[in-house]
Design a protein around this ligand. Structure first.
Ligand code: CTP
Length: 396
């Protein structure tokens, strides 16, 4: 299953490192080529000889040996995936803050391949806010986390913090690499977030879109190997994979112009909440408070999805989003036809687990042929998986 895959294993100082030889053996058995980079503390828990014998390659630990420099950049470029197992609390913290005082950390900072980490620590450390924050930071770097499991710990306590078992990690990596091949060679365009239409230098017309759904979709498409361009309106979320090209825009017109550079897409998902109208005139100076009532003249913005719909080629899959507050199904189906999309994803505002800024969403998908598929409320990252599954089925 892993034949021809190059896996770089990072080992850090945790008692769970005693399981890393089993992991290495399993990966090699599955056909992977494995190299190991270890922190000095890791070798207190597992022997260099065991790891080098099982991987068939010397264990790398030092930035410099006898006057020669270990090329950490080449190491991160060699690998298809950098798998850190176990990841100790200390190395996690160093990775989150960008420290690089050993070969493992310099390799991490320069790795251009995807990074998967399997943390291992005691329950109290696992539950600590600092650990949660550091793991979140790693997520924002686009790293993938195999959550620690519940069970017996080195302290004798029972709780969370056990590194996932080697079989679980091997299954995760196998699935990860298989998925990465799924959309390889495909170009994807995703829009996300709101647009801001300026009234004057300090004010704008905008909306509450957080961009989370669009970012999750961009990440999922990228995880499956697509080359992704994400055109994003003003958002605060930053959880995006390194491989995704992000184009930041402010207005609907800028979003349209940025998207127009990518009409050769295979997959386009327009998840942005684009303003439908923008002020006809933008005041050069801040508008002063004078009259009791003011009228602002607005003009229609360009419909990005609609424009893409008129130019869509048969091999391209075009997906839109619809947010409705009434006659949801009817409006979503009409929007699908009007905009010439292949699929329309309806966000429900009726469900309290869906909507602006939330981490969960509940969607119903409408197809051109009238077929409708309804999903449960779930985290936006899982909604993104469902939508990308459906897109993959539609690709020629
Ligand atoms: N959309 C777009 N360009 C616009 C407006 C909307 O590309 N100027 C896209 C959105 O990204 C979304 C879909 O069209 O994928 C539907 O957006 P929505 O705001 O629900 O639809 P509208 O056409 O604006 O219709 P209405 O606001 O009247 O419901």
């Amino acid at each position: 299953m892993l034949s021809g895959k190059k896996i770089l294993i990072g080992v850090t100082g945790s008692i769970a490192a005693y399981k890393t030889p089993l992991l290495v053996r399993q990966l090699v058995k599955e056909g992977a080529e494995v190299k190991v980079v270890a922190t000095p503390a890791a070798l207190d828990f597992v022997s260099r000889l065991t790891l080098s014998t099982l991987s068939g390659s010397p264990v790398l630990t030092d930035l410099f040996t006898e006057g020669s420099w270990a090329n950490h950049v080449a190491l991160g470029r060699w690998a298809d995936v950098f798998l850190v197992a176990p990841l100790s609390c200390n190395s996690l913290s160093k990775m989150a803050s960008g420290q690089c005082d050993n070969l493992f950390l310099t390799t991490y900072l320069s790795a251009s391949c995807p990074v998967i980490v399997a943390p291992a620590m005691d329950d109290d450390m696992w539950q600590h806010d600092a650990t949660k924050k550091n793991l979140e930071v790693l997520s924002t770097y686009g790293n993938h986390i195999i959550n620690a499991e519940w069970g017996e710990l080195a302290s004798g306590l029972i709780g969370f913090g056990r590194m996932a078992e080697p079989e679980t990690i091997v299954a995760y990596v196998t699935d990860f690499l298989a998925k990465r091949a799924q959309l390889s060679g495909k170009k994807a365009l995703v829009t996300a977030g709101p647009t801001y239409e300026p009234l004057d230098p300090v004010r704008f017309i905008g909306n509450h879109s957080s961009g989370k759904m669009g970012f999750a979709l961009a990440n999922e498409l990228s995880s499956r190997g697509a080359k992704v361009v994400l055109v994003s309106g003003p958002v605060t979320v930053q959880n995006i994979q390194k491989r995704v090209e992000v184009v930041n825009v402010t207005t609907a017109q800028e979003m349209f112009e940025a998207c127009s550079q990518h009409v050769d897409y295979d997959i386009a998902v327009m998840a942005a909440a684009v303003a439908d109208y923008s002020p006809v005139e933008v005041a050069e100076q801040k508008i002063k408070k004078r009259a009791d009532e003011v009228e602002i003249k607005l003009k229609k913005t360009v419909d990005i999805l609609g424009t893409f719909g008129t130019k869509k080629k048969p091999h391209q899959v075009l997906v839109g989003f619809a947010l409705e507050t009434e006659n949801e199904n009817q409006n979503a189906a009409q929007k699908l036809a009007k905009k010439g999309a292949d699929m329309m994803v309806l966000n429900s505002l009726q469900n309290n687990k869906a909507g602006f800024g939330k981490d969960t969403n509940q969607v119903t998908v409408f197809y051109k042929n009238g077929f409708i598929k309804e999903f449960e409320a779930k985290p936006k990252t899982d909604v993104a998986k469902d939508i990308v599954d459906l897109i993959s089925e539609m690709l020629p």
